[in-house]
Design a protein around this ligand. Structure first.
Ligand code: SF4
Length: 650
């Protein structure tokens, strides 16, 4: 792939490295990285490799925090302006490189200001915020903002810098370096993985950006055509599951809310509660407190609606909080955690006051809140005894929640085994067509066109073989995992929205198969860089293998660490709280021919897991015995810098 800075389209050409300790700003030429790493996660991986020291923990000043846009951001490319945040996460166990992303408008504004990304290192002497006005970056005092919640900080900064400013902010949970602090942004967007706390560890309260530039597009007509084609794929196509506002009991939808450049929107919408409060809700986590609210009050009250807003304000990840509450509830039921030992009024779980108390104590690390601030895995270990087993039944080895797991979908086993933080977006790539298939199966073919035959055709195009959707065999599952991970790493490097990409199925196409090359065509239309599928496949492999090498450099040992939690090998019925399980409680899946199988109560078969992993390493060009990338693979992927660093484990 060729391009040069004089004729650069899509990318704006500069990444700023802000060192908070020395208060210096260095400009990095994007062209050094973009042809081999695209943008977003890809360039983030490479910069992390160059800037991070593996021995530094997540809150060490020298651990870089990367805020990366993609080459399509701030162009008319649809649903392509997300912000990718990556670095060492305090949230996973042990701490490792991970990434998160958020929607809204920040990424597009940063591009309009002239930056493809920001590398943040060091630690300021006191609270600061970054102000970016076009190319000018200033580090400003944030003492007046420190200690404030996210909503108040946003209000103050919008007042000070104008209502068109876009920003990232953190709440008290980030300032106090909990492991579960979020980065909060426009349109109700937020990024998890403790990155708000990494911002806090650098004493950065906010990043405010205002840009007035335009991002050049190589082929505007081509982008327009693709946008048009993409919009025609709605209806019963890809967006069918998600294009209505999320239902929040007791509230009414005021309007849908779209991120920058998103033509159709999704669940994201502005709601008004019965009590008159308004806020944006975008996915099921917006209902995270409902269960306890109803349990306590017999019905949904204002507490359900207020809960996500309260978590956002303190800057606590609502997803992490819901698992902490589930665990607390079970520990309370078994007498492991009591009112006396926790200082929390556990009998009032479900009330607004209880949630406020938990959030306040967690985000300020007060009393028992200091343990909760460590996230569920570490909190359970500090309580000890049966509290560990209760948490262990909900989490991966690295402490992340499980959805669309390998007990149901065998192809997700390598994803869970190789990534400390399995991307929910990877798992969506597996579950979404299968959820539509389940609806087809359960409705006798009346609700969608996603028959077994259509699913097989889609699997052939997107997952590498039609065998991938025969859940009676492990054949094709390793290839599916590789294809899904590779596509994900491209998607996160083009900063495409998960709700919108890839376009698997198309209501208007004769066989209902979507276009797996649409993202690549869009990339070429925006950047003017002609990329073949082989180019993209090679880049995807490079990115995933670099990610693997980063994990190895940070202490992962290869295949011996590529495991699944023990309970995944145990047969038992489990509550399935994900969308697939909600639509399809018997967990039906297609088998061979016309056969339908149920995965309800089933476990991962150890021999099958081993066979899938053998296939997986072979497909990746990693040593099958050790799970370490071979020298030949590193050379083929042009990753010479990782070979030396990985030698101790090679
Ligand atoms: S589909 Fe939803 S989350 Fe994605 S870009 Fe559009 S509005 Fe944002």
């Amino acid at each position: 792939m060729q391009n040069n800075k004089q004729t650069m389209f899509g990318w704006v050409g500069t990444i700023a490295h802000v060192d908070l300790t020395t208060q210096t700003i260095e400009k990095i030429d994007t062209a050094r990285y973009c042809h081999e790493y695209l943008g977003g996660l890809g360039i983030g991986l490479r910069l992390y490799w160059d800037y991070a020291r593996p021995e530094c923990d997540a809150f060490h000043p020298e651990s870089p925090l990367l805020l990366m846009t993609g080459p399509l951001a701030a162009t008319p490319a649809p649903s392509a302006s997300r912000l990718l945040i990556c670095g060492k996460s305090p949230c996973v166990f042990p701490e490792h490189f991970v990434s998160a992303n958020l929607g809204g408008f920040f990424a597009a504004e940063l591009k309009k200001a002239g930056y493809d990304g920001l590398v943040l290192t060091g630690r300021a002497d006191g609270p600061v915020y970054l102000h970016i006005h076009n190319s000018v970056i200033t580090i400003r005092c944030a003492r007046h903002l420190w200690g404030e919640g996210n909503y108040a900080v946003r209000e103050t900064l919008l007042r000070e810098h104008g209502s068109r400013s876009r920003m990232l902010t953190i709440g008290p949970a980030g300032e106090n370096r909990t492991r579960i602090g979020i980065v909060f942004s426009d349109a109700g967007s937020c990024a998890s993985m403790g990155f708000g706390s990494v911002m806090g560890s650098k004493n950065i309260k906010a990043v405010v950006v205002q840009g007035s530039g335009r991002v050049k597009v190589a082929d505007p007509e081509g982008v327009k055509d693709i946008r048009q084609a993409y919009r025609s794929m709605t209806g019963q196509g890809y967006f069918h599951l998600f294009n209505k506002p999320i239902i929040v009991p007791g509230s009414t939808v005021q309007k849908k809310v779209h991120c920058h450049g998103c033509p159709q929107g999704c669940w994201r919408s502005l709601h008004r509660s019965a009590g008159g409060s308004e806020d944006i809700r975008k996915c099921q986590i917006g209902n995270f407190y409902m269960m306890w609210d109803k349990q306590l009050h017999g019905d949904f009250t204002e507490a359900s609606f207020a809960a996500p807003t309260m978590a956002n304000d303190y800057g606590v990840c609502a997803m992490d909080m819901v698992f902490l509450l589930l665990w607390l509830d079970r520990c309370r039921a078994q007498g492991i955690v009591t009112q006396q030992s926790s200082g929390l009024d556990l009998d009032r779980m479900g009330s607004r006051e209880f949630l406020d108390d938990v959030l306040q104590k967690t985000s300020c690390r007060e009393g028992f809140g200091a343990q909760l601030a460590e996230g569920l895995l570490r909190a359970s270990r500090s309580v000890g005894g049966d509290a560990i087993a209760i948490a262990g039944d909900m989490l991966t080895e690295s402490g992340r929640a499980i959805a669309y797991g390998p007990k149901v979908f065998s192809m997700s086993a390598p994803i869970y085994a190789t990534e400390p933080r399995p991307f929910i977006t990877e798992l969506h790539e597996i579950c979404e067509p299968l959820t539509k298939w389940a609806r087809w199966h359960l409705s006798g073919g009346t609700q969608t066109y996603m028959s077994t035959e259509v699913l097989r055709r889609i699997a052939t195009e997107f997952w590498g073989s039609s065998e991938a959707v025969d859940f009676s065999t492990h054949a094709g599952k390793a290839l599916t995992a590789v294809r899904v991970q590779n596509r994900q790493y491209i998607k996160e490097s083009l900063n495409l929205c998960d709700f919108a990409w890839p376009v698997y199925d198309d209501a208007g196409a004769p066989e209902h198969v979507g276009d797996p090359a649409l993202d690549r065509k869009l990339f070429t239309a925006v950047t003017g860089v002609a990329a073949t599928q082989q180019d993209f496949d090679l880049i995807a492999e490079r990115l995933f293998t670099l990610y693997r090498c980063i994990l190895l450099r940070e202490g992962r040992r290869g295949r011996q660490d590529d495991t699944l939690p023990e309970f995944m090998f145990i047969e038992r019925e489990e509550m399935i709280a994900d969308v697939f399980g909600m639509y399809n409680p018997e967990l039906y899946l297609p088998g061979s021919g016309e056969e339908i199988i149920s995965r309800k109560g089933k476990a991962v078969d150890r021999d099958q897991f081993k066979a899938i992993m053998d296939d997986y390493y072979a497909l990746r060009g990693w040593d099958v015995r050790t799970g370490i990338p071979t020298s030949a693979t590193l050379q083929r992927l042009n990753l010479p810098m990782v070979e030396d660093a990985c030698k101790p484990v090679l």
